[in-house]
Structure formats: C-alpha cells, structure tokens
Write a protein that binds this ligand. Structure first.
Ligand SMILES: *[C@@H]1O[C@H](CO)[C@@H](O)[C@H](O)[C@H]1NC(C)=O
Ligand SMILES: *[C@@H]1O[C@H](CO)[C@@H](O)[C@H](O)[C@H]1NC(C)=O
Length: 218
C-alpha cells in the first residue's frame, strides 16, 4: 500500500497534465483488481490507461479511437456474447457493470470483430475510475485472449498474460487512427493483483503484473 502511494506520487510529479493522478489502487478503497464474472470468480484488471494520459483519451469516445489505433473495435455488429462483468474500482461507486467491450479487429475496424467473435482473439472489458472517492479518470481494462467459438469462447491457457502482453506490444510507441496520433509508454505495476489462480475465472493463473499505459496525443 505504501509502495503504491509512492508510485502514484512519483508519477503525478513526473507528468503534469490536467489530471493529477495516474490511478488510485482499487484495493485501497475497498475494491479489487479482479472483476466479478458473476460466478464467484473474477478476471484480472491487468491494464490501466493512466489518468495522466491526454484528457482527450480519457473519455469513452477517446478510448474507443485509441483502441482502434491499436487494433481493437466495438463488438461484431453490436452482437454481444456473454453477460456483462462488474468491477469495484474503490472509487466509491461500488460494483458497476463494464462500460464497453472491445475486440481485436484484424485490421478491419468495421467487420473485423466478427472474425474475433467466430475465431477467437484478444478482447477487453472497460471500467473508468471516476467515483468521487478516487476520481483519477483512469480506465481499467480486463484483457484476455479467447479461444474460438467452437471452444465456447473461453479464455486460452495463459490467456490473461498473453492478452495483456499483446495489447501492450501493439499500444506502445506511436500509433494513429482517424487523424489522431498517440505516443504511448508502459510501466509494470506490482502489488495490485496477487499472482496465481486463486479466485481467477476459469482457474487460469496470471503473473500479477498490471501494466500502466500513459497515452499522449501528439
Ligand atoms: C449488470 O447488468 C446486468 C444485466 O443487465 C444486471 O442484471 C445487473 O444488475 C447489473 N449489475 C450492476 C452491478 O449494475
Ligand atoms: C464514469 O465513467 C463512465 C464510463 O466512461 C460514464 O458512463 C459515467 O457517466 C461516468 N460517471 C461520471 C460521474 O462521470
């Protein structure tokens, strides 16, 4: 807890923008970096889009444009498989349902997510930390790699770590979509999520690393 606070202070000093804080640790406010999958288990919130990102990234439409720059899009023709998951980000809002779910679009932002829906791929669910008790504006993402529809769209073995790492690899550096260019840096954060499979949906172990992405519009 003390370490986390130090990290936050250091980050806020390093990158002055409109927001003052990269994120608040959900577990400091009674929340968790595991969401609630509705079956007694949860999926790791393993990527955070920093509250120190450009203000234009920290809106739902801003996040969706960034996601398109990184190879993700909204779900296939609005078809949504599976129920929403909820998360408590420790911001005073308690458990809230995911705001949006985005899927790998295989280079086609319009229909590509249909391919992900049928054949599997990377996807993530999104929550924004904006309750009045911890209003960082950061987005928390539950990222995982899925098997194809024949496999029942379950998470691949090692799918949490793989999904996170693939998203981070696609995001870091310079990306652009629809005339907006992003410069993105990453940093590993420990201490938000215990490593292992305890309480984790599908019993799939993950390494406990949460990656903080700071996304700057250039
Ligand atoms: C999430 O959405 C489901 C289905 O729409 C609803 O039944 C449930 O009450 C919602 N949960 C929360 C925490 O809002
Ligand atoms: C919090 O964020 C969600 C998702 O971006 C949004 O729907 C909601 O209106 C926001 N709430 C506040 C109080 O800004």
């Amino acid at each position: 807890m003390v370490e986390m606070l130090l990290v936050q202070v250091a980050l806020s000093v390093a990158t002055p923008t409109r927001r003052a804080t990269a994120f608040f640790a959900p577990n400091a406010g009674g929340g968790s970096n595991l969401d609630n999958a509705g079956n007694g288990f949860g999926e790791p919130l393993n990527v955070i889009i920093s509250g120190l990102s450009s203000p234009g990234v920290l809106t739902l439409s801003g996040l969706e444009n960034f996601a398109r720059a990184v190879g993700f899009s909204t779900e296939c023709l609005g078809i949504h498989l599976g129920g929403p998951q909820s998360a408590n980000l420790g911001d005073g809002n308690g458990f809230v349902n995911q705001t949006v779910e985005l899927r790998q679009d295989f280079g086609d932002p319009v229909l590509g997510t249909c391919e992900e829906t049928l054949e599997g791929g990377n996807h993530f669910r999104v929550w924004q930390q904006n309750g009045s008790a911890a209003n960082s504006g950061a987005f928390f993402l539950a990222v995982s790699q899925e098997e194809d529809l024949q496999e029942g769209h379950t998470i691949s073995p090692n799918g949490y770590n793989m999904g996170r790492d693939a998203l981070v690899a696609a995001a870091v550096g310079t990306t652009s979509f629809s005339g907006v260019t992003y410069s993105t840096t990453s940093q590993q954060i420990m201490g938000l999520l215990p490593a292992g499979s305890a309480g984790v949906n599908h019993g799939i172990a993950q390494d406990g690393v949460v990656v903080l992405l700071t996304v700057t519009i250039v």
